[in-house]
Design a protein around this ligand. Structure first.
Ligand SMILES: [Zn+2]
Length: 473
């Protein structure tokens, strides 16, 4: 097996940083050593196959994006990144594992949905991948199937309080699913927005001729997120199910989560870069149909209400535990433009899988989170939350050699289509400047990106079988 020494860098973990060399043997990390260590009197650097010089750079566990939707069918079209293009873009940005969502649609069987997603991903991915299971039709058969998910390496399932007629579960269905979730040890993930009320408001706005993308944000008011978050928390409290609320964007929803956590409940929250940086006014409210680029649900929030500042603060105080992207890209031409003249027909989603590590590192530069917290919210907590820790999310002997060398003196300009690697005809992050750079990305011991060159291959990525959450007491 090939050996690599990552030498001279600063190893950063969720709990600290130190000058150390990292020895990689095959697909695993073999040792974390004092700089310049020798082996049986031999200079280690001379006895390995490859030396990667990390002097002046950070050596971190590869990013884990626990919320992506590659080639997901939505609104009469399909997310534009395939598993091949999406995982390649992820690798470019220092992410070495994604957890995507397999889907059971209404009238379908859960295990057929999971099998379909395995088929889409197998042999296509540049980096490792796991699956959460969306239960889009809670019925007796689905509830029975939930008992087999852990055997399939799927330790989390997701319900929707939004999208009536598509993925929506009513309170009775949520209650029943959570009962099973609590019994089996599955993490319940929740899209927490009051879908029926939102749909009523959408119809009102459209009837008034308010059809621009901006009104997507108006219709999905923060009250709808706070209310659903609270309801999910109460149902989780009643059933004893651990609860993970996806893409939290409203500060009032964070307050609900924080109160439940203070009350001792196993309740967690995820936010995404778009809710930290972007707003209803500046992006959704952009000229003409431009705002469609940023139509996603939950929506971007008003900057005048300071949700974005509150979200950064929540990351510091651990009221929000981690950051994923909800990567679900659609092109403007032929996809987003389905909603010209009717914002409710714009496919929901933003592409960010390539930029999450950089965008969150900028939070370190800006003094909003610490270096260690950056590693924790982008890699270590996602690994623990979803049952991969030890293999993923850490630089330690025995872990998969998923390693990123990050240059704090480098620079990354996020630009148009040509300068990113996601399969999109625009970038939601065009113009963002990052005071750092992903130099080298290693996935299970193989260098897949180095000095702005892609060295990976489709099919290298393997399915990750996950165990129950390691974040619970
Ligand atoms: Zn999503």
């Amino acid at each position: 097996m090939a050996t690599t020494l990552i030498s001279g860098g600063t190893v950063v973990t969720a709990t600290g940083r130190s000058a150390a060399d990292v020895l990689v043997d095959g697909e695993k990390i073999a040792a974390v050593l004092a700089p310049g260590s020798t082996l049986l009197g031999q200079d280690l650097a001379r006895s390995v196959d490859t030396v990667l010089d990390a002097a002046g750079k950070y050596v971190i566990p590869g990013g884990i994006d626990a919320h992506t939707h590659m080639q997901m069918p939505f609104g009469g079209t399909e997310a534009s990144d395939t598993f091949e293009t999406g995982t390649r873009a992820a690798a470019w940005g220092g992410t070495t594992t994604i957890v995507d969502f397999a889907i059971q649609r209404y009238g379908e069987r859960v295990m057929d949905g999971l099998a379909a997603w395995h088929e889409k991903a197998a042999g296509e991915c540049a980096i490792d991948y796991g699956f959460h299971q969306i239960i889009g039709d809670v019925n007796d058969d689905s509830l029975k199937a939930m008992n087999s998910l852990l055997d399939e390496g799927v330790s989390s399932y997701k319900l929707f309080m939004a999208y009536p007629g598509v993925f929506y579960s009513d309170d009775a269905q949520i209650y029943k699913a959570m009962r099973v979730g609590a019994e089996t040890g599955l993490m319940t993930m929740m899209h927490a927005e009051n879908g029926p009320a939102i749909d009523a408001m959408v119809a009102e706005l459209l009837a008034q001729g308010k059809t621009d993308p901006y009104y997507h944000g108006v219709a999905r008011a923060w009250q709808m997120e706070e209310e659903a978050t609270h309801r999910a928390i109460m149902l989780a409290n009643l059933t004893g199910a651990p609860l993970y609320v996806v893409h939290v964007s409203a500060k009032q929803a964070v307050e609900q989560l924080a109160a439940a956590r203070d009350n001792g409940q196993n309740v967690f929250g995820e936010t995404c870069p778009q809710y930290l940086y972007l707003s209803l006014e500046d992006q959704l409210g952009a000229e003409g149909f431009e705002g469609a680029k940023w139509v996603c649900s939950t929506p971007l929030r008003s900057k005048h209400e300071h949700h974005q500042d509150h979200m950064w603060q929540s990351l510091r105080t651990n009221d929000i535990q981690m950051v994923a992207t909800d990567h679900c890209p659609f092109c403007m031409k032929g996809q987003k433009d389905l909603g010209v003249g009717d914002f409710s027909k714009i496919p929901n989603g933003i592409g960010s899988v390539e930029h999450r590590m950089d965008l969150m590192y900028q939070g370190v530069v800006d003094g909003k989170i610490s270096l260690e917290r950056w590693v924790e919210i982008t890699s270590t907590t996602p690994a623990r939350m979803f049952g991969m820790y030890g293999t993923k999310g850490v630089i330690a002997p025995g872990a998969d050699a998923d390693v990123v060398i990050y240059d704090p003196n480098g620079h990354t300009s996020i630009g148009l289509e040509k300068t990113h690697h996601m399969n999109m005809d625009y970038s939601a992050w065009e113009g963002y400047e990052i005071e750092g750079h992903v130099d080298t990305v290693m996935s299970r011991g193989k260098v897949v990106v180095n000095n702005n060159e892609y060295l990976g291959s489709k099919g290298h990525g393997q399915y990750v079988r996950r165990s129950t959450s390691q974040y619970l007491v």
